[in-house]
Design a protein around this ligand. Structure first.
Ligand code: AMP
Ligand code: MN
Ligand code: MN
Ligand code: MN
Length: 284
């Protein structure tokens, strides 16, 4: 397969912090011309069987997917896994452990918000949760918009949910090594998600890419809803430098919040190896 393929290998459903079901997402992806799709919920593969069946019903090719939260150099980094066996017990158990602690963290976030006069945020956020094990900052953001504290979720993050703000609670996620190992041992390919989003120094970023490769990581997102055109060029260069394949995905969460819809990205630059070439035998 060539790089001229409408692949969308990054998006979220109600199983994590998206607002649409796997079935509605599959229909929307297909309507937007997606040919190869992956649902990549945060730290959770409970939606994979539904997504694969929905893709099949739409006549769309499918790769299993997940977006794993890890801590690297004191920052949260996301590692996308594609094409792994979603019944592999090590990834299932590893993700279960990664999800643990979100509930407690959410209660602490709520206490931080109460201290600045925002009451009932935990209960409020819970109303937006599709999966009780996966309460995330996004659900708090939706509650604060609904209750009129902010006009949109970006404003909530800026004022309340990022480091240094009252609702921010640091959390220890999985390690880089664990996430890459779970994915690769289950037959999949690990991908660094939206690399331009992190606030690393050049040395820290080099360490992330080097260690990721050392642990068996093979790809990086180049074309994503989180990158500008200039950032895509930067990370196309990085992919070449490190010998990584390239991935493409919208990171779609919701028709109301996401600026990039499913399947509406530029194609991957032709000179890069598309990640789906490494996964030809895992496509369903
Ligand atoms: P969590 O896993 O609970 O830390 O929540 C992280 C999620 O919050 C990400 O997956 C995004 O969906 C969302 N998010 C992070 N930063 C922002 C931001 N600045 N604006 C809007 N959404 C954000
Ligand atoms: Mn998210
Ligand atoms: Mn992410
Ligand atoms: Mn994402």
């Amino acid at each position: 397969m060539t790089s001229i393929l409408n692949a969308d290998l990054h998006c979220h459903s109600v199983v994590s912090d998206g607002t649409l079901t796997p079935e509605v997402l599959a229909a929307r992806a297909h309507a937007n011309g997606v040919e190869l799709w992956a649902l990549t919920d945060h730290d959770e593969i409970g939606g994979q069987a539904r997504a694969a069946a929905a893709a099949r019903a739409q006549g769309m090719k499918y790769l299993t997917g997940v977006e794993i939260s890890i801590t690297f150099a004191n920052q949260t980094v996301h590692i996308v896994g594609l094409g792994f066996d979603a019944t592999d017990s090590r990834i299932v158990e590893g993700l279960r452990q990664t999800r643990g602690g979100r509930g407690l963290r959410a209660q602490e976030m709520s206490e931080g918000l109460a201290a600045v006069g925002i009451r009932g945020a935990y209960e409020g956020a819970l109303q937006f949760v599709g999966n009780p094990e996966l309460i995330s900052r996004t659900h708090f953001a939706r509650f604060l918009v609904e209750s009129g504290v902010c006009k949109d979720t970006s404003e909530v993050f800026r004022k309340f949910l990022i480091e240094g703000k009252p609702g921010y609670v640091p959390h220890r996620w999985a390690s880089l090594r664990d996430a890459v190992t779970w994915i690769t041992q289950a037959g999949g390919v690990a991908v660094i998600a939206h690399p331009a989003r992190y606030k690393f120094s050049p040395n820290e970023e080099f360490a992330l890419f080097t260690e990721f490769k050392h642990h068996g990581g093979q790809a990086v997102e180049v074309v994503t809803g989180s990158h500008t055109a200039a950032e895509a060029v930067t990370y196309a260069d990085m992919a070449r430098e490190f010998g990584f394949a390239a991935s493409r995905g919208s990171d779609f969460h919701s028709p109301d919040e996401s600026h990039t819809d499913l399947g509406t990205l530029p194609y991957l630059p032709g000179e890069l190896t598309p990640v789906w070439e490494l996964l030809a035998d895992r496509i369903q």
